[in-house]
Design a protein. Structure first.
Lengths: 289, 261
């Protein structure tokens, strides 16, 4: 593997890994998850739900463990605990004087700790490292199917309600005043956040899922003032990151999740520096137009 | 279609509130508030912070359920009027995320969402309504600008255009003149008069009395309940104002207790 780095050939860099079945699968599933999380990340960043994304992704941990122990699909357990944590956050916030960010931090660490305790107590063949850091290179057939199904559901919901979600993020008061049920939208968005977190943990793991859910959106936000363009840019940057991350991970034998997220972070840094209008090195200095 | 043309009746009642009571978990925000507002009038809603202006707006938009009393808008219940797109809320500038990636066109188009199918695909008629609304507030040339690139006054007009595109017959304006320069103020007041001509009713929530005297036909003084309402010249007595502002009498001649111009 390492010899190929000495004589770098872009063609073999891209094509050679495709001879492996596990690589084809990893690239396919990573780009699907990347596209879905990238699309959702636009709403997360605009709504200011980064912390919520972090919370939900950590809170699904005990769900995954319980589902594996009971022989149920992992995504079912994860979804129940993801939505449960969101409901609990809402309930505690409403019924106590504790501020929201405190409640979020409190609930998700509690759930995550419960997950860790369960893993150590329930004797099973769960690989903690797979859950925490993802393993797209070693993903099983049934996990592939579940993840693809989740991606399909999330994309369908996001595309159907894209205008409503956008309006809800921008001006919930107006949305309500024209008869849109914002309560339903709120929980729908949180539900698909839980689902996307479940999909994302397949590729980058629980710890780093939040990056999938915010970084592409933040990158795209620096590049455009149009919402539709932002969603397209976010999806593109997210898919590129996922593919490139998997390739780099394959060739240099590094952790896949970390590699994907590092590519995302790099793209963000590039946008942060060089974005036409909002980069700190404003290349296109056409001031106010 | 033209709901706000009130079927030719000049005295058509836009808003009818009868002995309205609203409380939040036992805390009374508004009690026994009664009010009748005709079509084609500009009404100032004057009161201190916490006097119930926002609560009254929320009740008209159907955000809070009154514990007692009833509201009719165009003779219909609040949920029905919501379905008719009859009430539009024009927010204060401070309540908007100006860095949100939407253009002026997008914002005004949001006024049409309630009349579109659930995928919110704009039809030709929606686009025409948006163009019309933008023309009326003189922002058609700036329609491609991101909302964040507008000045404060232009942004206010953009949200007014959204309410116009919605074809709402009742417009709820929250402090429309705060942080607006003289030119915009003039443009907006002309616009209000036009909207009144259409037969729409405009409810302006403010604590700035000078503007109320200049623009409003009718004024409602509010402090947990409706203290007085009627023609501006009759209601604006120092006695009434003193009651509204809890003993601190603003000068009714020169205007406001907190003019921000």
């Amino acid at each position: 593997m390492s010899s190929s780095f000495i004589s770098f050939d872009p063609f073999s860099f891209l094509i050679d890994p495709l001879s492996h079945d596990f690589m084809r699968r990893a690239l396919m599933i990573s780009s699907c998850v990347g596209a879905v999380c990238g699309l959702l990340s636009c709403y997360m960043t605009l709504k200011g739900w980064a912390l919520m994304g972090d919370a939900v992704s950590h809170a699904v941990m005990p769900g995954v463990v319980v589902a594996y122990a009971l022989g149920l699909p992992f995504s079912l357990g994860a979804f129940v605990f993801g939505v449960g944590s969101v409901a609990l956050i809402g309930y505690v916030k409403q019924k106590s004087r504790v501020k929201e960010d405190t409640v979020i931090g409190l609930v998700f660490t509690g759930f995550f700790a419960l997950g860790l305790v369960l893993v150590s107590k329930i004797k099973s063949n769960i690989d903690l490292m797979h859950i925490l850091f993802g393993s797209p290179l070693g993903i099983s057939d049934s996990d592939v199917k579940q993840t693809l199904l989740i991606c399909l559901i999330v994309v369908a919901v996001l595309i159907t309600f894209r205008r409503d979600f956008m309006l809800y993020c921008f001006d919930p008061t107006h949305a309500r005043s024209i008869g849109i049920n914002t309560g339903v939208l709120h929980y729908l968005l949180l539900s698909i956040l839980s689902l996307a977190a479940v999909a994302g943990l397949q590729t980058v793991g629980i710890i780093l899922v939040v990056a999938m859910l915010i970084t592409p959106g933040a990158t795209a936000y620096l590049l455009t003032d149009r919402f539709d363009r932002m969603t397209i840019l976010a999806v593109i940057s997210s898919v590129i990151s996922s593919l490139l991350g998997v390739y780099i991970s394959y060739w240099s034998d590094i952790e896949t999740g970390g590699s994907i997220v590092l590519v995302q972070t790099t793209l963000f840094l590039l946008a942060f520096l060089f974005a036409p209008r909002y980069g700190i090195l404003k290349i296109n200095n056409s001031s106010n137009n | 279609m033209d709901l706000y043309r009130n079927n030719g009746e000049p005295d058509f009642l836009r808003i009818e509130a009868e002995e309205l009571c609203v409380d939040y978990n036992g805390t009374v925000a508004l009690y026994d508030a009664s009010l009748k507002l005709k079509s084609g009038c500009i009404c100032g809603l004057v009161g201190m912070n916490g006097a119930g202006k926002t609560t009254f707006f929320k009740a008209l938009m159907g955000f809070v359920r009154p514990s007692r009393g009833k509201i009719l808008i165009n003779g219909r219940s609040v949920p029905e009027s919501q379905r008719d797109q009859a009430v539009a809320y024009v927010p204060q500038n401070e309540g908007i995320d100006c860095s949100f990636p939407v253009s002026v066109w997008d914002v005004v188009m949001m006024g049409r969402y309630g009349s579109m199918n659930f995928l919110r695909v704009p039809r030709e008629s929606d686009k025409r309504a948006v163009v019309d609304a933008l023309e009326r507030v003189e922002l058609l040339d700036l329609r491609k600008r991101p909302i964040g690139a507008l000045s404060g006054g232009q942004r206010k007009r953009a949200f007014l255009a959204r309410a116009i595109a919605q074809r709402a017959s009742v417009l709820l304006l929250d402090e429309p003149f705060s942080g607006v320069d003289i030119r915009t103020e003039k443009l907006m007041s002309e616009l209000f008069l036009q909207l009144r001509q259409d037969g729409r009713s405009i409810l302006i929530s403010t604590h700035d009395l000078s503007h109320v005297r200049d623009f409003c036909d009718v004024v409602v003084l509010i402090n947990k309940t409706v203290l007085a309402y009627g023609n501006t010249s009759e209601v604006f007595t120092s006695e009434n104002l003193s009651m509204t502002f809890g003993g601190m009498t603003p000068d009714p001649i020169s205007g406001s207790i907190s003019s921000e111009d």
